[in-house]
Design a protein around this ligand. Structure first.
Ligand code: SF4
Ligand code: SF4
Length: 132
């Protein structure tokens, strides 16, 4: 399951100054896959992937450290009324999120998405958007 983490780096006890992911791995024993991280001096946003069965445990630990956690069930949303099944998103997605079905209609498997944003920029009909 994908979890999107957000934290600020202000104050003395903020999570941005602590190795929160390393701490959660150490405390829970759950292996966390970091898929995307964007951290600067003010704030951090990190996308992680954890086994479904451990997601609640990991989420609890992170929230106890002051990290805001969102479950990314549908990281990329498709507006079917706008999609023209052109396939541009299939070409650019590095994770194989998109494919065509037997009738050449677009299928989306957003579980694999790492929120790189390439498909959103490539879509000629603005049919794709990012959750949250
Ligand atoms: S945001 Fe990136 S990984 Fe996610 S579906 Fe779009 S191209 Fe694929
Ligand atoms: S790029 Fe946009 S219009 Fe083309 S198939 Fe993908 S979602 Fe549909």
């Amino acid at each position: 399951m994908k979890l999107f983490l957000a934290f600020t780096r202000r104050g003395q006890h903020d999570p941005g100054r602590e190795p929160v992911i390393a701490r959660v791995v150490k405390e829970t024993g759950v292996l966390i896959n970091v898929e995307k991280a964007n951290i600067d001096s003010m704030a951090g946003e990190v996308l992680i992937d954890v086994p479904d069965k451990d997601a609640d445990l990991v989420r609890r630990h992170l929230e106890e450290m002051g990290v805001a956690v969102s479950v990314m069930e549908n990281a990329i949303a498709l507006d079917e009324t706008e999609c023209i099944d052109c396939g541009a998103c299939i070409s650019v997605c590095p994770q194989g999120v998109f494919s065509f079905d037997e009738e050449w209609r677009l299928r989306v498997n957003s579980e694999r998405c790492v929120l790189c944003g390439k498909c959103i920029r490539a879509c000629p009909h603005s049919a794709l958007s990012q959750q949250g």
